[in-house]
Design a protein around this ligand. Structure first.
Ligand code: SF4
Length: 66
């Protein structure tokens, strides 16, 4: 599973980083970013919690196109 943050929606609240700091980090621009490529199996639950907990729905799953 891969995730990304839609910076147009992110408000930089930091909730995702609080829930799953192994995957999300507030970057220099003040908005969250995903700091890993593929989400490891053991982090998926926390990462999905963070995705579902994002107040603006800015965290999106990246679907492999092929
Ligand atoms: S929880 Fe959502 S709005 Fe808040 S910093 Fe993370 S991606 Fe941005």
């Amino acid at each position: 599973m891969k995730l990304k943050v839609n910076k147009d929606l992110c408000i930089g609240c930091g909730a995702c980083q609080a829930v799953c700091p192994e995957v999300f980090e507030i970057e220099d621009d003040g908005f969250a970013g995903v700091i890993v490529d593929e989400i490891k199996e053991e982090l998926k639950e926390d990462a999905i919690d963070a995705k579902e907990g994002c107040p603006t729905g800015a965290i999106e799953e990246v679907k492999d196109s092929d």
